[in-house]
Design a protein around this ligand. Structure first.
Ligand code: ZN
Ligand code: ZN
Length: 479
């Protein structure tokens, strides 16, 4: 319905003189996207904020009861002859974003919180090792799978894993198991072979050792097409799953053991994964962050070319002693370097670019599993500043790794800043810049993980969400 009054279709401003405005008249249409442009200082903000918004705000406040107004106070009327057609207004001002390296568009706008919810609830988890879909399994499915995988006449035990690598004597647990009618448990002390115990004999565990305890639920011999066997196996599995809250181990006598789970389980790799919660998709918490880069997606690492910009000189003249905290030549760090050179029969006085490449790589990133005999004696060498004599046979970690360790252990901001000039930012090797732990990155919705969605442009993202095909159940959850 068209209104006869102009003020229903326009905001009409007459004689605006706020700040530097020179008695401006303007008609602004309602329900339109209107932009003020102009040189800086031409009065855009004076008109929008100081005149139109201020007047709208003033009128709105005036509509409140005098009781309410006493708490707020009255606003001054802007310097304007007349404004018509105003409605209650809100003003949104441009804010400055924090330069936190952890922020992305999706986190700043908080859309990411919805993505996390969505992925935790309708994402399909995949095994981060082999890429197969992992899914919860029913006790019947587990039973069928076990029955299928075992050969006829094979002897096996159905176990319920109830303690996994924890300290304690577990006397109360054993009492409970006895009462419930179980007769055997298999206990493995950390670093030892598992031992089977009878529950009607006393079991004395060292409370300071870590134990893994499996309850023996049943001992069976594989039968094919045997109803009685089938139901006994199903019962045992059901019982084991209940006792351990979702896990059952099948151990073949004198053979391997395989774990099955009602929870997220990769049948290919035999690994169970925890159910993922929204927090597992946050790279700002230890639950979700890639453990290597702590959720930053990149890592600062020492850059050989920055540490040794001039390779035509020997390592002694390279400036390394200033760079890496290696101290004066003759110090313990330098002796380590010299010992490595001696071990490979290399003369460190040669220019760096004439040293054997293989040796240089070992010097930089370590000797791997190859051990080197380091032997230092303060008595023999007055220049040694390490103040002790020692001898040790171990791999060399590499100069760059030594520096990395010192950098990481340093709590001094100045020191870190100093070191950083010799470092380059690399994509994290583990998450490849995707910032989340592997398990979270292996959750997909329509073939995309959460990070791939964050990598889309707004246009691509909108299209993707518009075309998202979900099952009825997923739609319900997603809504
Ligand atoms: Zn797998
Ligand atoms: Zn990472």
């Amino acid at each position: 319905m068209k209104s006869p009054h102009n003020s229903k279709q326009f905001i009409i401003v007459e004689g605006a003189r706020e700040n530097n405005l020179k008695s401006v008249d303007v008609k602004i249409p309602h329900d339109k996207f209107v932009v003020f442009t102009g040189l800086s200082g031409s009065g855009k903000s004076s008109l929008a904020y100081d005149t139109i918004f201020t007047e709208a705000q003033r009128r709105y406040l005036q509509s409140l009861s005098s009781y309410a107004r006493q708490f707020i106070g009255d606003l001054d009327k802007p310097n304007v002859d007349k404004i018509e057609g105003l409605s209650p207004s809100i003003s949104i001002q441009q804010g400055s974003l924090s330069k936190n390296p952890r922020s992305i568009v999706a986190t700043v706008t908080e859309i990411y919180d919805y993505f996390r919810l969505l992925f935790a609830h309708i994402g399909t988890p995949h095994c981060p090792i082999c890429g197969e879909i992992i899914s919860p399994k029913s006790s019947q499915e587990i039973t069928a799978e076990i029955a299928k995988s075992l050969k006829k006449d094979l002897k096996f035990k159905v176990l319920s894993p109830i303690v996994e690598g924890k300290k304690g004597t577990y006397n109360k647990l054993f009492d409970r198991l006895r009462k419930e009618g179980y007769t055997r448990v298999i206990i493995q002390d950390e670093g030892h072979e598992p031992i089977e115990y009878l529950l009607d004999e006393p079991i004395n565990l060292n409370k300071n050792n870590k134990h893994t305890i499996d309850v023996v639920v049943d001992r069976l011999i594989m039968r094919v097409n045997n109803k009685e066997f089938k139901s006994r196996l199903a019962n045992a599995i059901e019982t084991a799953l209940k006792l351990s809250e979702g896990l059952v181990k099948i151990t073949i006598i004198d053979g391997p053991t395989k774990t099955f789970s009602e929870h997220n389980f990769c049948t290919e790799c035999g690994i169970s994964y925890n159910e993922l919660l929204p927090r597992d998709f946050s790279f700002n918490t230890p639950y979700g962050a890639c453990p290597y880069c702590k959720g930053l997606g990149s890592m600062l690492a020492f850059d050989e070319e920055k540490v040794f910009p001039d390779t035509s000189v020997s390592i002694y003249d390279s400036g390394l002693r200033n760079v890496g905290g290696f101290g004066t030549i003759g110090s313990y760090s330098w002796k380590m370097i010299e010992t490595v050179a001696e071990h490979y029969d290399v003369d460190l006085n040669e220019p760096i670019n004439e040293l054997p490449k293989e040796f240089w790589d070992k010097l930089m990133i370590g000797t791997g599993s190859e051990k080197i005999e380091f032997k230092f004696n303060r008595e023999e060498d007055k220049k040694d500043t390490s103040h002790f004599s020692w001898q040790v046979n171990r791999p060399f970690e590499g100069i760059l790794n030594t520096m990395q360790r010192r950098y990481q252990n340093s709590s001094s901001g100045n020191m870190k800043e100093y070191y950083s000039q010799f470092m380059t930012e690399y994509n994290c090797n583990s998450c490849h810049g995707q910032r989340l732990k592997k398990e979270s990155l292996a959750v997909y919705i329509n073939g995309k993980n959460i990070w791939q969605i964050c990598g889309m442009s707004v246009e691509e993202g909108t299209k993707w969400f518009d075309n998202l095909k979900l099952s009825k159940k997923e739609q319900k959850i997603a809504r």
